[in-house]
Design a protein around this ligand. Structure first.
Ligand code: ASP
Length: 471
């Protein structure tokens, strides 16, 4: 007999079926035992009456405990009106067990899977993440994550975008964070960097004529964690288009996101349609933040206040983090160093650079920045001027000689954006932390307690790489 999903039982009343899954819980009612059996599609109540079972099953039922993996053959029965459980998708039926097989036994798990209080202990949850993910909310989050990723990729493909995978073994890209370095065995003493974002590659793809690129791109940044910032890695919906204005980019993203929300989250409502374009300076004056929460009712978990913030300054006063961009000591790029200044503000670069505004755009949602992007500089002279203003040394410029080279061969005007997918999901799913929408996240201090990474490696491995670890 082929196994069916627990969710399918509601259409199989009176039929003999086979289900397989985990014991969610066990209730003994005298001779009768109730087992709630869980699979990826839900939970089904199984009624175990010893006299209905074959002999082999009768002898093992006493040993069955929560989280055992079972195969159960039985007859689907309609529940009486009073027995209907409105909290279960299969609450109108139950399975009368005829034959039970134990596929795998289970020890008592380190926390109760159903119990939300397990959330208090991040270490334990991540050490036993495979158990934590058995929780229905976590499982649903992963399923919805896949739905959102698939919707957005399909939408972009339907709108003529092509997904291109750019290298993971890459070179330092200046997005303002520390790089993760990967030593090269073939070139001892040299290192790859994991991409903080595929920024340069996507711009070079525009030079290549791959107008309308996207990628569900893993990005790696060695940063300290916050609830809305993952240590280590996260995914961006990285996009770039040629021959576009800023307004083209904003309109495209707005219609993609709006359709996605309507299709996948019909219970949500948007505060603004169309989304407002807010002036950076005005927003800062009014709210003291460049990502204000613009919901009309902040207690409404279904309200989504998407908005654009534009007219950002090109530069911000230098911060500590900018040193990873290799900048001087006055100006750091407000977004990144490839952002185009507004044409009318280009003269200010010579007189009052702090006043120059740019074609940066941030997508904000309920108090979070869920994406940033810009129209890019496509004129190398202007690019060099910006680099000089942020204090690039000749040595630093040397790191970009491929970029200089590429820009000699015909660059289309271009621009893009990269919504952060976990942050977007966190807001859409009403979660408070990015970890709730990531299958195997790192702890806040950047470790994986399950795999025990990062880990010490064998001396031979280091020798081969020509690396010695300082004590
Ligand atoms: N690469 C940028 C970032 O990671 C996004 C963009 O400008 O498209 O924020």
């Amino acid at each position: 007999m082929t196994r069916i999903k627990t969710s399918e039982t509601i259409n199989k009343i009176g039929e003999t079926v086979l289900i397989k899954g985990w014991v969610n819980n066990r209730r003994n009612m005298g001779k009768i035992v109730f087992l709630d059996v869980r699979d990826r599609w839900g939970i089904l109540q199984v009624v175990v009456v010893p006299s209905e079972l074959d002999e082999a099953s009768q002898s093992l039922i006493a040993s069955v405990r929560p989280e055992f993996v079972l195969a159960i053959e039985g007859i689907v029965q309609k529940r009486g009106d009073k027995q209907i459980n409105p909290d279960l998708a299969t609450g109108t039926v139950e399975l009368l067990a005829k034959k039970i097989e134990i596929l795998s036994e289970a020890e008592t798990p380190p926390f109760e899977i159903e119990n939300e209080e397990r959330q208090a202990n991040e270490e334990l949850r991540l050490k036993y993440r495979y158990l934590d993910l058995r929780h229905e909310r976590m499982k649903n989050n992963l399923v919805l994550r896949d739905k959102v990723f698939a919707y957005l990729s399909n939408w972009l493909r339907a709108n003529d975008f092509v997904e291109v995978q750019t290298p993971i073994l890459s070179k330092s890209t200046p997005e303002g964070a520390r790089d993760y370095l990967v030593p090269s065995r073939l070139h001892p003493g040299k290192f790859f960097a994991l991409p903080q974002a595929p920024q340069q590659y996507k711009q070079l793809l525009m030079v290549a004529g791959m107008d309308r690129y996207f990628q569900i791109a893993p990005c790696f940044r060695d940063e300290d964690a916050r609830a809305d910032r993952s240590p280590g890695e996260f995914y961006q919906l990285d996009m770039e288009m040629s021959f576009v204005t800023q307004e083209d980019i904003l309109n495209l993203v707005e219609s993609m996101m709006t359709q996605m929300v309507k299709e996948l989250f019909p219970e949500k409502k948007m505060t603004f349609e169309p989304w407002p374009r807010l002036d950076y300076e005005e927003v800062m004056k009014k709210y003291g933040s460049d990502k204000p929460d613009l919901r009309k009712n902040k207690d409404d978990k279904n309200e989504l206040a998407f908005a654009w913030v534009v007219n950002f300054p090109l530069f911000m006063p230098q911060t500590d983090e900018d040193r990873f961009v290799g900048a001087g000591d006055t100006w750091g790029p407000a977004h990144n160093m490839f952002t185009m200044p507004k044409e009318e503000d280009i003269p200010l670069l010579d007189t009052d650079p702090g006043k120059a505004r740019s074609y940066q755009h941030d997508l904000i949602l309920n108090g979070f920045e869920v994406g940033g992007g810009a129209v890019r500089i496509h004129d190398m002279k202007l690019q060099e001027k910006i680099w000089d203003l942020i204090g690039f040394t000749d040595n630093q410029k040397e790191q970009f000689k491929h970029y200089f080279e590429a820009f000699k061969y015909g660059v289309p005007p271009h621009g893009g954006i990269a919504p952060g997918l976990e942050r977007l999901l966190m807001v859409l799913l009403g979660e408070k932390n990015l970890k709730e929408v990531t299958a195997f996240p790192l702890t806040s201090d950047g470790r994986d307690p399950m795999m025990e990474s990062p880990s010490i490696v064998a001396k031979e491995q280091l020798d081969e790489l020509g690396i010695a670890v300082k004590k």
